[in-house]
Design a protein around this ligand. Structure first.
Ligand code: GLV
Length: 308
């Protein structure tokens, strides 16, 4: 019986090596060189071609290579009996919170503007905003949101959160779904760390941006599907938003012709906010493989209906 590694944009050989180092007897096939589809029980997957998993009749589990699973769930031909898992990993969580901190510091210290000044040889000192005067709102308060909130707070920022239900987490007020306006009204830097679900697709839109503080800034490190891209350009060009840092896009790689590339107030990174280290997560994947074989409950299982 075997594991299949399926990834067209992440190097499957690194995953192969990390898994084999833990257990050299594992039978691992690497897509697209599949010789025995009927042997496949467990897939480790990143952006697989839709419909692929119909071809593996004994497939039981599809494990995402990352924290997100929308790339798996969006496949309408995913066999219904398949269980889906995600990665929860300390390093992945830390990497995300550091990336969010980096962006928030860059915004509050005008770093992006100073870099632009450099390219035009312009010496233009600008007053910066200290963390205690900077309100950050984190939308999505799961594992990643919670850690980002903690790290931002430890660096002196004013942090609030937004989730389905209101709560206090690590001394941070998290607003519930019925308090969205109140949350947005206080937010100057909006960080999106939501999962993709039918209710969060397109949530970052013109109407929502209008509810933020003036000259707000968007940091999207969740998924491209959250953002209505034309609405972002409109909100920046009409002066409501000061700019945005985007790590994720509706279409990746971002097409060369996309207007974001040339927009002076949009900062682009190529989906690198937090990338799974295969060596760091090999144990949790193999633990789930073992649990699957023994009929035990899996770790980090996703509710396919909810989408996270
Ligand atoms: C990255 O986007 C991940 O889902 O881990």
């Amino acid at each position: 019986m075997s594991i299949v590694l399926v990834s067209t944009s992440r190097d499957p050989k690194k995953w192969y090596k990390a898994l084999k180092e833990k257990n050299e007897d594992l039978d691992i096939q690497i897509y697209p060189d599949i010789e025995r589809p009927e042997d496949i029980e467990f897939a480790i997957s990143w952006k697989h071609p839709d419909g692929l998993y119909k071809n593996y009749p004994n497939l039981e589990v599809v494990a995402s290579m990352g924290a997100g699973v929308n790339h798996i769930l969006k496949d309408e031909d995913l066999p219904p009996k398949v269980r889906v898992t995600r990665i929860v990993d300390d390093q992945l969580t830390k990497d995300m919170s550091q990336f969010v901190l980096l962006q928030c510091l860059a915004v509050s210290r005008n770093l992006f503007t100073h870099l632009k000044d450099q390219s035009s040889k312009s010496w233009s000192p600008r007053a910066y905003q200290t963390p205690p005067k900077t309100n950050i709102g984190i939308m999505g308060y799961g594992v990643l949101g919670k850690e980002a909130g903690k790290v931002l707070k430890a660096n002196g920022f004013n942090v609030i959160g937004y989730a389905n239900t209101s709560k206090i987490v690590d001394g941070i007020k998290v607003y519930g779904a019925d308090q969205q306006d109140e949350f947005l009204d206080q937010t100057q830097i909006l960080v999106c760390l939501l999962p993709v679900t039918s209710s969060t697709k397109g949530v970052l839109n013109f109407e929502l941006f209008q509810k933020l503080k003036d000259e707000a800034y968007l940091i999207n490190v969740a998924r491209g599907e959250h953002l209505l891209e034309a609405d972002l350009i409109k909100a920046i060009d009409t002066g409501k938003l000061k700019g945005a840092s985007l790590d994720v896009f509706q279409e990746e790689p971002l097409p060369e012709s996309h207007p974001f590339w040339e927009h002076e107030n949009i900062q682009i990174t190529p989906h690198v906010a937090s990338m799974t280290d295969p060596e760091s997560v090999a144990n949790q994947l193999l633990e789930n493989y073992r649990r699957m074989k023994n009929g035990e409950a899996l770790l980090n299982v996703v509710d396919v209906q909810k989408g996270y």
